[in-house]
Design a protein around this ligand. Sequence first.
Ligand SMILES: [Zn+2]
Length: 120
Amino acid sequence: MVAELWPVALRNEGDGLRIEWNDGVATFVRWQTLRENCPCASCIEERQRPPDPFRVLSPQEVAAGTPRPRSMTPVGRYAYQIVWNDGHATGIYTLERLRQLSQPLSMSSKSDAVSPPESP
Ligand SMILES: [Zn+2]
């Protein structure tokens, strides 16, 4: 039986989020990737539209530049709400989604990582 996945550590690192999971895997996802994959209804609708060549960035988007989180708050036990620097705050990222969107970090660079307990 596979235990539920939990983040044991979340770290704002460079231009993204580093997550250490309770299964010993560390993953990394860029904030930009998270922002582009915002799971809220209006963003999903936005992504399903055909690309609009005349789409103009909103003043907020221009002012904000690269997506950065203002805050990341746990929602219940299974998700995080990210408030972005462009003011967008309706995206709730489930742990499952965070795991899917992020890429495992190479195991070679585990200098300061805590080793998971060895399974028998
Ligand atoms: Zn959204």
